[in-house]
Design a protein around this ligand. Sequence first.
Ligand code: 13P
Ligand code: SF4
Length: 339
Amino acid sequence: MSEVSAEAAALSSKGLSDLGYSDAELEKAASLIVRIKALKAEKNAVIPVHVYQRPEVIHGIADFVGDSYKLSKLCSESKAGTIVFCGVSFMAETAKILSPGKTVLLPAPEAGCSLSESITAADIRRVKARHPGAPVATYINTTAAVKAESDVIVTSANAGRILEKLYREHPKVIFLPDMLMGQNLAKQLGKIPGKDIILWKGTCIVHDSFDASSVSLYRQMYPGVRILAHSECSPGLVTVVDFVGGTGDMLRYVESTNAPYFMLVTECGLGELARTRFPDKRFLPMCRLCPYMKAVTLERVLSVLEKPARASVVEVDPKVAERARKSLERMFELAEGGK
Ligand code: 13P
Ligand code: SF4
């Protein structure tokens, strides 16, 4: 069997045929994967992949797959000289902040995020001036300049835990830029928005597009269905589902729960990944594509490894990176047991 046919067979056995990929599509992906793997070895590169990426990227070339927290942690620990980040800009920037000596490449340099575009460093400075003494907990979906103005970074995997720790010492916390996640956190922690928790007006274009209107119909039609929503969804939806969390939490919930059906209310990539990881479980569709996440293709990964365009080489001003790194390191401390 040729190397390309072996890669195509591997993609099929990992569940891509069941997702609807044709043999021709698998062969095409496989021929790119063979070339990417050869160049990756030659350049001592590592490829972290976010769970919302395309299935052929996740199953074909990833060295590790995960949520924002897991990827930032693993990138900081990796020994590779080059990181080819299959995700969006704020994730690649985070990898560069944590590994300033490494070359970090972003196959789709235009892949932003509606949350990270919702706030600037000047905005955050103005908010801080209005609430002196209140610590700033900033969602990881932000630029390096915004992280540099923050006290601690949080992700969907640890926001509740970290805010709880901040409230032990402070009556008021600034949480930004995700307003919906902030409202969910306020409810969870018994805090009043505008008084105990200061929020910003950013939202994720994917998760902000879901609402609670069809939940009861799904429950009628599919008795026993477990509905999971990402914590970037609106409070109206979050209060009527069975589980709320980040993408890593959602996958763990599916793995450890017996139910006749699951519905993952989030970006479509997570449902596809769940279908390949848990082929014996049944999933109902309720998802939306993130145009930023889906901008990464195998062709663009190959091209960035062959000859990166200047825009694909991630650079962060060292002074900004130094301050941003402190707030990321504070996250690692607080998320993993520190006070
Ligand atoms: P997590 O994978 O960390 O839950 O984040 C979701 C997301 O929207 C990243 O862009
Ligand atoms: Fe940003 Fe939402 Fe896309 Fe994640 S899914 S990258 S939060 S726009």
